[in-house]
Design a protein around this ligand. Structure first.
Ligand code: 5GP
Ligand code: MN
Length: 355
């Protein structure tokens, strides 16, 4: 089947949704029961899990048989989202994942746009003779689906899932306690509590969800008030002992070693948000968090304004993401990765100072 794309040459976000049309074939896929597998990326964040569970709850209203699959575990705080407990994790149960996928005729890819972002799950589904839908907001999508809904102007994939549901005429199917709660989770997490909303539509969606009775305080509580003592001690350690500043490049970094991982018993999600503290410093324009996870060194870059950290991640570390928030993995040592990061800053100096 020919690849279909909803990506029109829209000038603005609002126009995009006005002219969005859903082909009959897609409408049928959604409104007639199928066997569906929903996938999202490694180290799933609030947008990955929120969009996946929102889509699951929406589809189940039409009688679909739906499973959600992630390559790796999700942060503990999201266990409170409806349906989180049933998500299948390839790292923990690869055989079960394969058995479930084998029965599926429709795959939905959410919050990623290249199959390497779902690791071995990507290899497993790459050549399956089934239909695929992709909904995502990252830059430079690969051709991985028959129906592509890709909009980098969106702040979150959850925003696009909301528009997808509304575009199919199903606004009234947005149950505040299931679909609504999950969508709101992605809106809040991917925009840093609306501070990085990339368009006004985000606020309209939030207002609609609140008007429908979605418990916004409850969702905020789940996301932000679920720390344990060890999380605050880890933060204190990062800020007191692991922070470096490079004022010449308006850049700051926090690093964590494998020993830190042991000492602070760092688990999935425990380092989420640490990098943002660096951006709170007035003159800092690039923030880096480089940490030696048990099996790999992970980089998270954040920037202010026009500085494109996606380019840095892609060019130097084969990673990607968004202009102001990107990530990558390095198979070099922690020390070598930190040195490499520092060595590339001069290349961007002019842009950092101008941006
Ligand atoms: P984080 O730094 O929080 O892991 O990720 C920031 C953004 O970059 C997210 O949108 C995430 O999906 C994306 N990202 C993180 N790591 C990678 C990576 O290794 N490759 C690509 N293409 N994107 C990444
Ligand atoms: Mn996202």
């Amino acid at each position: 089947m020919a690849k279909r794309s909803f990506r029109h040459e829209a000038r603005t976000f609002a126009v995009l949704f006005e002219i969005m049309e859903f082909p009959t074939a897609l409408r049928q896929l959604i409104h007639v029961p199928q066997n569906v597998a929903i996938f999202s990326h490694r180290n799933p964040d609030g947008d990955a899990i929120g969009s996946s569970l929102a889509m699951r709850h929406y589809l189940e209203l039409f009688g679909h048989n739906v499973h959600v699959l992630f390559p790796s575990e999700y942060p503990e705080e999201f266990e409170a989202l409806p349906g989180a407990g049933e998500i299948l994790i390839w790292d923990l149960q690869p055989e079960e994942c394969k058995q479930v996928i084998n029965k599926k005729n429709l795959l939905i890819f959410l919050d990623f746009n290249a199959l390497d972002r779902i690791d071995k799950l990507g290899d497993y589904v790459r050549d399956l003779p089934v239909q695929r839908i992709m909904i995502d907001h990252h830059l430079y999508p690969d051709s991985i689906a028959d129906f592509v809904f890709s909009e980098p102007l969106a702040s979150s994939t959850c925003e696009l899932v909301y528009e997808f549901i509304v575009g199919l005429g199903d606004r009234d199917k947005i149950n505040p306690n299931t679909v609504g709660k999950c969508i709101y989770t992605g809106l809040v997490t991917d925009t840093g509590s609306f501070r990085h909303a990339t368009n006004s539509n985000v606020f309209r969606i939030a207002a609609d969800l609140v008007e429908r009775g979605m418990d916004d305080t409850g969702v905020q509580d789940m996301i932000f008030n679920s720390n344990r003592e060890k999380n605050l001690r880890l933060l204190g350690h990062c800020l007191s002992n692991r922070m470096e500043f490079y004022p010449e490049f308006k850049t700051a970094m926090i690093w964590l070693s494998r020993k830190d991982y042991e000492q602070f018993d760092i688990q999935r999600g425990d380092t989420e948000g640490v990098v943002n503290y660096l951006l709170s410093v007035k003159d800092i324009r690039i923030a880096a968090f480089i940490h030696n996870q048990p099996t790999v060194v992970k980089l998270s870059l954040r920037s202010k304004g026009n500085i494109d950290v996606q380019e840095i991640c892609k060019k130097h570390f084969k990673g990607g993401g968004h202009k102001n928030a990107s990530g990558a993995y390095s198979h070099d040592s922690l020390k070598a990765t930190i040195e490499k990061f520092k060595s590339i800053l001069p290349e961007y100096k002019d842009r950092i100072l101008a941006g």
